[in-house]
Design a protein around this ligand. Structure first.
Ligand code: URA
Length: 242
């Protein structure tokens, strides 16, 4: 089946060019479809089969993209912000497209695995608590664990404001460090869960979503595209026991 779309729409969703810029590039003869100069930016093409070049650069058409970022501290999980850098500012030009957004939020001081995409349905599936996609965090606490936390997390923490959290996985991995797995995404959830157990979180890192692990080769601030298998690993779960 043909997937006919306007040429300017295809180029605009795959690149950072605006429709106005595309129109003027077309007029200048800088856009080709199947090696033929195309001066009209509103013609219909099939991005699955037609080869489009802009200034001799081939457009690799993808309906959606999925990136993994190792989020550093000090960056906001937002698409744009006037006062602070955002995770979208970390996307290199070669991977940039319009409509990218972070699938879920990490606090400004939280580090680790963040997925950036332009696929709203994918993000929804990953984030909706009833989809049971577990997010894994390593929390470093100001003080030592008491030994009671595991039971508290496994029974369902009641936050200090009375909100009841779903049962969560808890594993002590150091005197003041724990691995926590949750499938909800309430604002500051992990910090608030520890606060309800009289703990202060001093470092928080997300290390895994579903079965997708943060790539250890990614430095803070680096981004790379997910493979198809990695994209789907988000929805695999070995956590049925929680
Ligand atoms: N829980 C938090 O408290 N902060 C995050 O960034 C993510 C989960």
């Amino acid at each position: 089946m043909k997937n006919l779309q306007r040429l300017d729409k295809v180029i605009s969703t795959q690149t950072s060019y605006s429709r106005k810029e595309i129109k003027s590039l077309a007029k200048q003869g800088d856009i080709c479809v199947n090696s033929v100069v195309c001066k009209q930016s509103d013609v219909k093409i099939d991005p699955d089969t037609d080869v489009v070049t802009v200034c001799s650069e081939k457009i690799e058409y993808k309906q959606y993209v999925y990136y993994m970022l190792n989020k550093p501290k000090g960056v906001l999980s937002a698409s744009n912000d006037k006062s602070a850098p955002t995770v979208i500012d970390l996307i290199p030009d070669s991977l940039y497209r319009k409509n990218l957004f972070p699938a879920g939020r990490l606090d400004k001081d939280t580090t680790g695995l963040l997925i950036i995409t332009d696929d709203g349905d994918y993000a929804h599936r990953m984030l909706a608590p009833n989809k049971k996609v577990y997010k894994h965090y390593i929390a470093t606490l100001e003080n030592e664990l008491t030994g009671q936390e595991k039971e508290q997390f496994e029974n369902g923490i009641v936050l200090n404001d009375g909100t009841v959290c779903q049962k969560a996985y808890f594993e002590k991995i150091g005197s003041n460090r724990a691995l926590v797995k949750i499938c909800e995404g309430k604002f500051h959830q992990v910090k608030k869960m520890f606060s309800a157990c009289s703990h202060t979180v001093v470092e928080l890192e997300r290390v895994q979503i579903g079965e997708l692990k943060l790539d250890p080769a990614l430095e803070y601030g680096q981004v790379r595209e997910l493979t198809k298998e990695e994209r789907e690993a988000v929805f695999d779960s070995k956590n049925d026991q929680i």
